[in-house]
Design a protein around this ligand. Structure first.
Ligand SMILES: *Cc1c(COP(=O)(O)O)cnc(C)c1O
Length: 376
């Protein structure tokens, strides 16, 4: 890819007030925000699989479910607003002070709080593209300007180009590692070189939603990187490896000023007691949960090898999903999957992201992928 094609793309609305005839005035930045497209549900019936949202295919472990059910007995009460039980458990688990932690309604919720804390009109928020589709939406809601730096031809973050694109307006940079939807991960030396180049007053958010699925030993643990770097914030979630997507609980690890800003921007009582207690129980059941993660990682290897055997080029994924760069065939491939009972996530004109799930589901994907190639 040539240097000129890697120019960041500022895409932004102007801040005109809008006054719909007779209705309440809404902020102009809301215009043109693409609605978040949730993964489509699976078709009805047995043999149907939802591989469109990177969820964990396994139901909650018995102990986790029991904690959630027990917490449901107190639904007439507000939850613990400070999330003290969960913070204490996380503090011990990651060996970080409680004052360096903040819990929120999923890591997407925490990401939105980070924008509220750092960015507004006139500011720039940078991220690679394509990456997590919530980034452009929450950036636009904040009123800040999105600066998107294209992925490299090998579907990876172009960190040198991102460092070059920093201006005095840059307030926050999302680094999605591993990257959703391409699965590619950034290695330690490269990430450290980048962090060394970013000014200390710019917050770098390492979004590690898929950290537990990483098997490349060169990919750094953000929680180790944040310790020496006050401008680094790590996002983690219970939604993917821990299988609690429906409960909405994620957290940030960051130095005190950032963590304190997250407490200020939190929705009061946003994280339910069910979510808090289930998250604590999940940390306690980590061995069993990580065994499931190992199963999914083994399936990821099988799916990747199977696709390669069938003539597909798939980036090496460190997440619980694979990326098929189908270009104009993305929609047709999604339709072909749907016909066989598998719902995937197409990005029109670009590619299709498919969650790695239980073996039966992955077998259907491999079958469809083989037939699709033969048909072209
Ligand atoms: C799934 C995902 C999240 C957020 O998940 P929550 O359910 O909001 O915790 C964050 N970042 C990336 C890259 C994701 O894929």
């Amino acid at each position: 890819m040539s240097a000129s094609s890697q120019h960041p793309v500022p895409a932004q609305p102007t801040a005109q007030a809008t006054a719909p005839a007779g209705g309440p005035r809404l902020r102009a930045v809301l215009e043109g925000i693409p609605a978040y497209a949730p993964g489509r549900p699976a078709a009805e019936g047995p043999g149907s699989f939802k591989l469109s949202s990177n969820e964990n295919p396994y139901p909650p472990l018995p102990g986790v479910l029991e904690s959630a059910v027990a917490a449901a007995g107190s639904l007439n009460r507000y939850p613990d607003m400070a999330c003290s039980g969960l913070l204490a458990a996380l503090s011990e688990h990651f060996a970080v002070p409680v004052s360096h932690l903040a819990v929120g309604t999923g890591s997407a919720g925490v990401a939105q709080q980070l924008l509220q804390a750092t960015s507004g009109p006139g500011d720039e928020v940078m991220y690679a593209w394509r990456s997590f589709e919530a980034y452009p939406i929450i950036t636009q809601v904040s009123g800040a300007t999105s600066v998107r730096v294209p992925l490299t031809a090998s579907e990876e973050h172009d960190l040198p180009a991102m460092a070059d694109a920093v201006t005095e307006r840059t307030r926050l940079i999302f680094v999605c590692n591993p990257n959703n939807p391409t699965g590619t991960a950034i290695r330690r030396a490269e990430l450290e070189r980048f962090l060394d180049r970013v000014p200390s007053d710019v917050l770098v958010v390492l979004d590690e939603a898929y950290r537990e699925f990483v098997r490349d030993g060169e990919v750094p643990d953000g929680v180790e990187l944040y310790r020496e770097r006050p401008n680094v914030c790590v996002l983690r979630t219970f939604s993917k490896a821990y299988g609690l997507a429906g409960l909405r609980v994620g957290f940030a690890v960051a130095h005190e000023p950032v963590a304190a800003a997250l407490r200020k921007t939190a929705v009061p009582f946003g994280v339910s007691q069910i979510a808090q207690d289930a998250a604590v129980a999940s940390l306690g059941a980590e061995a069993a949960l990580l065994e499931r993660v190992d199963t999914l990682v083994a399936e990821r290897a099988r799916v990747t090898a199977g696709l390669a055997e069938r003539g597909w080029t798939v980036p090496r994924s460190q997440g619980n999903f694979v990326w098929l760069r189908l270009g104009e065939d993305a929609a047709a491939f999604a339709t072909a999957c749907e016909r066989e009972g598998v719902t995937v996530r197409p990005f029109a004109g670009e590619g299709v992201r498919v969650t790695v799930a239980e073996p039966e589901a992955n077998d259907v994907l491999l079958r469809v992928a083989a037939a699709f190639r033969e048909g072209r």
